[in-house]
Write a protein that binds this ligand. Structure first.
Ligand code: CMC
Length: 391
């Protein structure tokens, strides 16, 4: 072994070369396969972006149709999986449910682990793109006490996600185009973000050749935490707490700045973005538009804007280059679309799925070695074993 340097949190360590996502944190630039996030969010469909991330090019209409047809043919989830879902208490957090069900899928699709050819890889990718939204919708329906539903294969991918989640048993479900377009945009904005915590997890788990579904399940677990995707739920809970407390944002700002208080301003700060998060800019604008179009008034939107304004003028946040991130305003939109708070991070996972898949595929195609970092040992020197009676 040569000299080992330690970089806690991998702040300055690159783990791979990648052709998928370009991110410039100083200038707030984010591009998928060379296309800027602003243009994709305004023009593309989420399924097109998924194809782009995974295979490297925007699909022709024919290729997109074939891609979606393949996905639709795989959208069935084994009936036995419902028993596993039934075993969870209704109070179970949907992220835990989705992660567990994703792992359980392997038992019913055992061949999905064999990905020695690109064709096998394609099959596994189609399966997870088809079944993951079903599992997410099941998690939501379980939580809200609704019978399970497969949606409608005549609908687009995003529209079908909405139907699978929100269709009531007795009524037909008309997809509101405002809602579908808002969700489409949010999913695109979440679709990839280079080597973030959950994506690195997917690559590391996949590097042992554990298979795509096990890697995605691990990615969901990594995303769950409040420092990562779980921040979107934590933001709304924070804004609600401020509202309940009488709306005094200054008090919470003081808590966030107090180094003896573990409280952080959720939805603020980013490991890489040091001037602004381009996704947050788009989402803030979209929040105003969507709430306007849906006629929703949400008092926490004003609290969020007030907090942002105060933070951007406060030397603590300015000195540390802390800006609103993707999670700061997204929850306000999810809420306006009717998504329960503890499902917000599941929506993030749905959006991130193509990114996880693309990164996993790239890692396998490049035949990357198993992820196995080193350490510097700081424990005891050699000691003689002591019998239990002498301890
Ligand atoms: N509120 C108050 N202080 C903060 C915050 C915050 N949200 N974020 C960072 N700081 C302070 C931190 O205490 C440290 O101060 P000092 O230099 O005095 O010790 C300094 O800013 C640098 O922070 P760090 O924790 O060393 O930075 P990091 O790169 O390790 O962490 C982060 C990045 C996103 C985990 C962190 O900013 C954070 O915890 N933010 C709140 C949670 C959040 O919104 N997460 C979502 C991230 S974006 C997308 C996603 O992954 O979902």
């Amino acid at each position: 072994g040569g000299l080992i340097t330690i970089d806690p949190g991998f702040k300055n360590t690159g783990s791979c070369q990648s052709e998928i996502t370009f991110l410039n944190g100083e200038e707030g630039i984010l591009r998928y396969r060379g296309y800027s996030i602003e243009e994709l969010a305004d023009n593309a469909s989420f399924l097109e972006v998924a194809y782009l991330l995974i295979f490297g090019e925007l699909p022709s209409q024919n290729k997109l149709n074939k891609f979606y047809q393949d996905i639709k043919e795989e959208s069935h989830v084994d009936e036995e999986m419902k028993k596993i879902l039934d075993g969870f208490p209704k109070s179970a957090h949907p992220m835990g449910v989705v992660s567990s069900l994703t792992n359980a899928l392997i038992a019913f699709n055992p061949t999905s682990v064999n990905v020695d050819s690109e064709e096998d890889m394609y099959k596994a990718i189609i399966k997870i793109l088809a079944k993951f939204p079903v599992l997410c919708a099941w998690a939501l329906r379980k939580r809200t006490g609704q019978p399970l539903d497969y949606g409608d294969s005549n609908l687009g991918y995003v529209e079908n996600v909405l139907k699978m989640m929100f269709k009531k048993p007795s009524k037909d479900y008309e997809v509101d185009p405002v809602v579908a377009s808002a969700l489409n945009k949010l999913l695109i904005l979440h679709a990839d973000h280079e080597q973030n915590c959950s994506t690195s997890t997917v690559r590391v788990v996949g590097s042992s050749h554990a298979g795509l579904f096990a890697s995605i399940s691990a990615g969901v677990s990594a995303l769950w935490g409040p420092l990562h995707g779980g921040a979107n739920q934590a933001v709304i809970e924070m804004l609600e707490a401020i509202k309940e407390d009488g709306g005094d944002t200054k008090k919470f700002m003081a808590k966030a700045k107090d180094k003896n208080d573990p409280f952080r301003l959720m939805g603020f700060g980013h490991r890489v973005y040091k001037n602004f998060d381009p996704r947050a800019k788009i989402i803030k604008k979209s929040a105003d538009e969507v709430l306007g179009k849906l006629g929703v008034e949400d008092p926490v939107l004003d609290i969020a804007k007030g907090l942002e304004k105060e933070a951007l003028e406060d030397s603590y946040f300015v000195d540390r280059k802390l800006y609103p991130n993707v999670d700061f305003y997204s929850g306000i939109i999810y809420r306006a679309l009717g998504v329960p708070t503890d499902m917000f991070t599941v929506m993030f996972a749905l959006g991130r799925l193509p990114g996880w898949i693309a990164q996993w595929r790239e890692m396998r195609l490049r035949k990357e070695p198993i992820g196995r970092p080193r350490q510097i040992y700081t424990g005891e020197n050699h000691r003689a074993y002591k019998d239990i009676s002498n301890r």
